[in-house]
Design a protein around this ligand. Sequence first.
Ligand SMILES: NC(=O)c1ccc[n+]([C@@H]2O[C@H](COP(=O)([O-])OP(=O)(O)OC[C@H]3O[C@@H](n4cnc5c(N)ncnc54)[C@H](OP(=O)(O)O)[C@@H]3O)[C@@H](O)[C@H]2O)c1
Length: 352
Amino acid sequence: MMEFPTTTKALVIEAYNANLVRALRGMKIIEKPFSEPQPGEVLVKMDASPVNPSDIAFLRGMYNVNKALPAVPGFEGTGIIIKAGDETSENLSGRRVSFFTQDEGDGAWCEYLCLKAGNYIFINDALPVEQAACLFINPFTAYAMFDEALKSGTKAIIQTAANGQVGRFIRFFACENGIKVINLVRKNEHVEAMKREGEPFVLNLNDEDFYENLKILTSDLKATVAIDAVGGEITGKLLNVMPAGSQVILYGGLSGAPVAMIDPLEVIFKNKVLRGFNLGDWMKTVSDAEVERISGYLQTLFIKKKSKPGFRHPFLWKTSMKACVPIFQICRQGRFFSGCEVSKGKKEAVSK
Ligand SMILES: NC(=O)c1ccc[n+]([C@@H]2O[C@H](COP(=O)([O-])OP(=O)(O)OC[C@H]3O[C@@H](n4cnc5c(N)ncnc54)[C@H](OP(=O)(O)O)[C@@H]3O)[C@@H](O)[C@H]2O)c1
């Protein structure tokens, strides 16, 4: 009979700390036991997991998910099922999955993880591991918000942090659906890069004439949906500049500042709305069949290489190094780390 592991190597955080460097320095690699998969659960050997901005916020104790400490972070990843909790279920062993979990209990930054039914989807063997690892959080977030924009009937959207991962997916979906995008970034290098990629409407938030140009473009293109990852003053400015009946969907707080500058008259008399989006809550409103459908759509696009959304690159994770060093590099570079493999005497990482 095949023997299954009873312990897993895991990266744990022992104390949240608003100072990211301190939070990272407090992290450790440990060996910990895990429970057998229960009916409906599967045991997965991890291949890779990304470090997303939500992971950073979690480590800083500034996210809406707080776990009992010590905790294993990581909200998404990919791996292979090695055991199913329900022996009567179809043979799941050997199947590739991608998953998203914000449940209490261990997160993705470990070698072995038990996943509940509904938290994972099956992955096509042709999907590269780095895309499978990042299939949930950013693509689904972009898909869900873009879908809402599309259903609103708008012909154009505005988006902040347009050079980020979510922003890239939004641009991709917009291009597929013939929707114009007014892309807002804060550096000239991003303006130039996006123009080279063929984006006609890119504005730098820091330009003197930014607000005037935003007004003109918004009016010309009749953009009635803005998708905002920044918060602070730009959220209010977006709402003020857009036509009557517009909505701003706020999904991130990259500026770290409270939303400001909203002209109350625009909200009262022009029927404008500011609302939030959170993937975890959205997932609870969507059926498993719909998640499967969206996942199938995304995987097909990625496999056909129609999408080049700039996934995070593989990261070589050396388990012999202090955990804080590679993770600090990952956070700085926005890269994901791959599962580690421990060889006799020497511990080294595998980059998939
Ligand atoms: N609500 C949800 O369900 C959900 C889901 C996914 C992601 N998110 C959030 O969405 C945000 C974006 O995620 P992502 O994965 O796309 O991030 P990302 O790939 O790290 O990209 C964010 C981009 O925004 C730019 N940026 C950072 N701070 C900024 C600021 N103050 N003003 C303007 N631009 C700024 C950065 O570019 P430069 O530094 O080069 O300018 C960066 O490239 C994050 O806050 C994340 O937590 C939320």
